[in-house]
Design a protein around this ligand. Structure first.
Ligand SMILES: [Zn+2]
Length: 261
């Protein structure tokens, strides 16, 4: 990793966070038409539009808040196992390195400070939110009409400039929040039906920079559909490859994103 230059103190750091949404399993499927994958982009201050991606050469740690994932300890352990398996699947396709960093009681949410400024124990936090319980709800969970969606995934992206070098940018924190009120709509594992595994793979996709597509055959279709099995499909895989180790490393200075690995 490149060290910050002497002009570090005048470097400019700005941040935006972008979130994606997964609606519940009830919506009707749309017809397939648009491209098979879509990557999140950000426009740097010099007008250069870049793919919003993580440094593919870093280790991305994740923690899980599974308190409201299920009713019993063994079911909660199964939920954590699904989270880990979902990251494993994203890792195999993208080449990105994810490392489980244990459980957490954190709930990604924006307060007087943005969630990513307080998320300092893991790069990505996966949490089941209870929207009717103070301390366990989050304003990051999207809505579809009056109801909260089943899950939301997102990332925070920062950009910086060092001396006469061009503007650079990288994602450095992410979150996945799942709506505990809809736990019963998703079967455990990655098998047939609308599964927790499929939902997790979709939201993890958002956290690493995938956007929605209109093709129902892709996991990044905005609705979690009943499927034979939860698998990243052709377009999902192409997108994850572009976000992963097939692309160049990004030397992010530690004052932009402190490496938590
Ligand atoms: Zn989504």
């Amino acid at each position: 990793m490149r060290k910050p230059t002497k002009v570090a103190s005048v470097l400019f750091v700005a941040a935006v966070s972008v979130v994606g949404f997964a609606a519940g399993p009830a919506a009707a499927p749309a017809s397939a038409s648009a491209s098979q994958y879509a990557l999140a982009t950000q426009t740097l201050p010099d007008g250069n539009k870049v793919v919003a991606r993580w440094n593919p050469c870093q280790t991305i740690t994740f923690q899980v808040n599974a308190r409201f994932a299920a009713g019993t300890p063994s079911q909660r352990r199964a939920a954590i196992k699904d989270v880990r398996a979902a990251f494993d699947r994203a890792a195999v396709v993208s080449g990105l390195t994810f490392r489980y960093a244990g459980t957490t009681t954190q709930m990604p949410t924006n307060t007087s400070t943005s969630w990513y400024n307080r998320q300092n124990s893991a790069e990505i936090v996966v949490a089941w939110a209870n929207q009717s319980k103070t301390g366990y709800k989050t304003n990051l969970l999207g809505r579809s009409g009056r109801n909260y969606v089943a899950g939301t995934g997102g990332y925070a992206f920062k950009y910086w400039k060092s001396g006469s070098d061009p503007w650079m940018g990288a994602s450095g924190r992410g979150f996945v929040v799942l709506n505990a009120a809809q736990n019963r709509s998703f079967k455990a594992g990655f098998g047939t039906g609308s599964t927790r595994g499929e939902l997790l793979m979709h939201e993890i996709g958002h956290s690493v920079g995938l956007m929605h597509v209109s093709s129902t055959s892709q996991l990044m279709y905005p609705t979690i559909l009943s499927r034979h099995t939860a698998t990243y499909s052709t377009g999902d895989r192409l997108g994850l490859e572009r976000l992963g180790t097939s692309n160049s490393c990004i030397s992010t200075p530690s004052f932009v994103w402190h490496d938590l690995s």
